[in-house]
Design a protein around this ligand. Structure first.
Ligand SMILES: *[C@@H]1O[C@H](CO)[C@@H](O)[C@H](O)[C@H]1NC(C)=O
Length: 308
């Protein structure tokens, strides 16, 4: 008689299968994120957090605020130690990276970076802790980010994307946008992607994880902004794109400049490329020469005369 023929074993076998299916990993990105069949998500990167503080080196103060109690959308604010508290300071709304699915606004790498940038540029920063995919797939991270921008505008006492160009934002003038190693993509490989198909495949697969419902796949305008027919409506006058020479995403940064230029938008777009550097090198090694040079460039972009 075979094992399977023994009726008393059925229950046990059935139960074991059930648990095995639940524990089955359906998507895995090594050292990054794991998704189980039952929908459970295990993050393997970007899980550390640090509390708000007064940074001893820079005197920068940070504080956490809840923007929307219903969704728990929150942000970390950074205030520089400024000699004249009555002077108007530029305001930076910052969105952390992590392919929409790892990291938070409270992670030590972003916290340290923003302490440095706040101090160097003498700006006020609102670092938005948008909700993440895959539990909250796109467009939720984008919608949270937009809700945060509107919240910032509503708290502005002075007379901010494409969405800024389409929907009015009272109280705030969006001067410019800085994109640091932007996670853009597209169906057809371009530039260095052709010789790094493995890197490109990871980028594409991650996009699928954060945007499973997307009808256009990797050519979704959220991922491939050149496919957005409204690109020319971008609501600011200048854009700085920072890329790393060795980053698989490098040519997407350059391509964004090209697409903006072709669109008829009419603003100024610049690319700063860090020679020999890879993705988010400035967070990994914030004191290296290229990271310091990039911080300086971003800080001066935020303080240019024509911002007024
Ligand atoms: C995101 O925002 C858009 C535009 O306002 C809206 O149409 C859409 O329903 C929102 N989606 C979610 C999931 O909140």
């Amino acid at each position: 008689m075979s094992q399977r023929g023994r009726p008393t074993d059925f229950g046990t076998v059935g139960l074991l299968c059930y648990f095995a299916l639940d524990e089955e990993i359906v998507q895995e990105f090594p050292n990054f994120i794991r998704v189980y069949r039952d929908g459970r998500v295990e993050r393997l990167a970007g899980t550390d957090t640090v509390p708000p503080s007064t940074n001893p080196e820079t005197g920068v103060q940070s504080k956490d605020v809840v923007i929307d109690p219903e969704t728990s959308l929150s942000a970390r604010l950074y205030i520089p130690k400024t000699p004249n508290p009555h002077r108007k300071l530029p305001l930076l709304v910052y969105f952390y990276g992590g392919a929409f699915c790892v990291e938070t606004a409270f992670s030590p790498s972003y916290h340290n970076y923003l302490n440095s940038l706040t101090s160097k540029a003498n700006v006020v920063v609102v670092s938005v802790d948008y909700r993440r995919a895959p539990e909250h797939p796109l467009p939720i991270p984008y919608n949270d980010s937009w809700a945060a921008v509107k919240w910032v505008a509503s708290h502005s006492t002075a007379n901010g994307g494409i969405r800024v160009g389409l929907e009015r934002l009272d109280g705030v003038k969006l001067v410019g946008i800085v994109l640091i190693h932007p996670y853009f993509g597209g169906k057809d490989p371009i530039g260095c992607e052709g010789s790094n198909m493995v890197g490109k495949a990871v980028c594409d697969k991650l996009w699928g994880l954060s945007s499973p419902e997307s009808e256009d796949g990797c050519d979704d305008p959220f991922f491939n902004p050149g496919k957005n027919p409204k690109l020319s409506r971008m609501g600011c006058r200048k854009v700085l794109v920072c890329v790393g020479e060795k980053d698989v995403l490098r040519d997407r940064g350059w391509c964004y400049k090209e697409e903006l230029g072709k669109s008829g938008w009419g603003g100024v777009v610049e690319v700063m490329e860090a020679v020999g550097e890879n993705h988010v090198f400035h967070l990994v090694d914030p004191t290296c020469d290229n990271a310091v040079a990039m911080l300086d460039r971003v800080a001066s972009f935020l303080n240019e005369e024509d911002n007024a």
